[in-house]
Design a protein around this ligand. Structure first.
Ligand code: DC
Length: 224
């Protein structure tokens, strides 16, 4: 079974995905981390972020791997080309670079293929922007998770402070979230938009536990 969770940056997708997976005994696939890893590799290689051919080659040729620990559905680490980039992909530099990288069709084609291969291997909670529309259009459960830009900026600041990476300046984070919303929703290929049959959940003023309960109930209704 696939549970697809799409939505804008900072809506709480990855936190919710991890908890839902843990409760249901599913694995987690964070597709944003894959786009971030390609952006990181492109910067390492000195690739121009407008060079679609070079970006596509990186996505094709550099293996992305998630490091898991037995009994825990959420990967602890992510690597590209054998280099651990778990922390390195969460910086403000990558937040900016990942937009043009994820708008590149050849990158999307390569990563979508990998995501489909991973998801086919078992029960997954997959979070991203195009999971219910493009990657797994047949997903049994589709959720479109949103929250106001201001609430998402507050959450991102807290998360960055906890992790010790990324900006903790609220105005800077809010501006970046708005920029990415605009970019993700207006790009030509696989723009951020809800699947027709997605259940919309606004998490602005609800507790994360309520969101998790709602998604687990949806999965139970589908026989999970
Ligand atoms: O979820 P995130 O912030 O880690 O995603 C990083 C970037 O990758 C974000 O700018 C949107 C993009 N992305 C995408 O285009 N498609 C996905 N399935 C996941 C992320």
């Amino acid at each position: 079974m696939i549970i697809a969770i799409d939505g804008p940056s900072g809506a709480g997708k990855s936190t919710v995905a991890k908890s839902v997976a843990k409760r249901l005994g599913f694995s987690c696939l964070d597709t944003g981390a894959m786009y971030r890893a390609v952006a990181w590799q492109a910067i390492q290689n000195g690739v121009d972020l407008e060079d679609a051919d070079a970006l596509g080659k990186i996505a094709e040729e550099y293996p992305i791997e998630f490091g898991t620990v037995p009994g825990d559905p959420s990967p602890r680490s992510v690597s590209i080309g054998g280099v651990d980039v778990t922390q390195a992909i969460r910086t403000a530099e990558i937040d900016k670079a990942v937009s043009p990288v994820s708008a590149t069709p050849s990158v999307r084609e390569a990563l979508v293929r990998q995501q489909q291969r991973i998801g086919a291997a078992g029960n997954y909670v997959v979070d991203g922007r195009d999971i219910g529309t493009v990657v797994f259009p047949g997903a049994e459960v589709k959720v479109f998770l949103t929250a106001s830009a201001e609430e998402r900026a507050h959450r991102r600041v807290r998360q960055n402070a906890d992790r010790g990476v990324g900006s903790i300046d609220y105005e800077e984070v809010l501006a970046d979230i708005r920029r990415r919303d605009e970019y993700d929703s207006s790009r030509a290929m696989s723009p951020l938009k809800p699947a027709e049959n997605a259940v919309h959940i606004d998490s602005t003023s609800s507790y994360i536990e309520e969101v998790i309960d709602t998604i687990c109930k949806l999965a139970e209704e589908k026989g999970c």
